[in-house]
Design a protein around this ligand. Sequence first.
Ligand SMILES: [Fe+2]
Length: 354
Amino acid sequence: MDGTSTTFFTKPELTAERREFYGRLAARNTAPLWEVLGAIIPPEPRPQAVPVLWHYDDLRPLLMEAGRLLTEKEAERRVLVLENPGLRGQARVTGSLYIGLQLIQPGEVARCHRHVTSALRFVIEGSGAYTAVEGERTTMHPGDFILTPSWTYHDHGNPGDVPTVWLDGLDIPIVNLFDTSFAEHYPGEIQPNTIPDGDSLARYGANMLPVDFTPDKPSSPIFNYPYSRSREALDRLGRNGEPHPCHGIKMRYVNPVSGGYTMPTIAAFMQLLPAGFNGKPYRQTDGTIYVVVEGTGRTRVGDTTYDWRPRDIFVAPSWAAVAHEAQSDAVLFSLSDRPAQQVLGLWRERVPDA
Ligand SMILES: [Fe+2]
């Protein structure tokens, strides 16, 4: 079953009599399953998403141009959607996820709203901007992983003096698959700052929980996972042992309450590929978006090879064989819909034989 999948179920011959019959079926809003069975139940994943890479250097000037053309107030959120070429016009990067690059200029405020769709932010460049979630602000530094879980009020502001750019990752296609989208504005432009900065990280992110804490939502109560901490852990683990033959040193971000993923629909990971790493090919059913945080290298995705450098973004569709190589010590952040696949019993991987 390796390589390009073929149609597993064969289609009967299309005779003139059958064609006429199918026409009458269509008139009654019915259809012959045997004509479409192979297409709708392929023997292995056949994603419409294709491998793709965006060099950040190509996108940044366009993002800055958007910053001149539209105010953040006109746009609500000034974002360039990164569309998969196999899913053009659908605001999707994989079948189930959306990503975009958001710019907030010095002095700007992106007004407060909330929606059922869950969002993560991965900070690409800049310093001094903040994201506020449910009354608490966090300053955004490059490499920070920030959550705005489903139906939480959030706004962004940039009181600093340089542009800030981050990657947005949302489960928009999943929410719309179920037709469960709701969204609304906060009554004011920004929400009141009612919780001191850093409170969530101290309360939930120090390997302890408040003694009487009872979680009331499935997402993590931490909403900023700072890069400084993630990087330190990877650095130590990289020095302590052998990397995994496919993944290098790969960690997943967790909800400290459950040990599960940080949000129910989107998983996030960070991995260190030591200089000279030459990974074996690996397949997984969760189509994955990678953001290069540090280092240079290349990744083979199916038949395509991408050379990457910091801030580049690339996509591996479901079940594509992925193999990473690192020229220098490299750090990749990634996100996928793995939690949703796992809770539905759909997720599979294929690790090469040792
Ligand atoms: Fe939002």
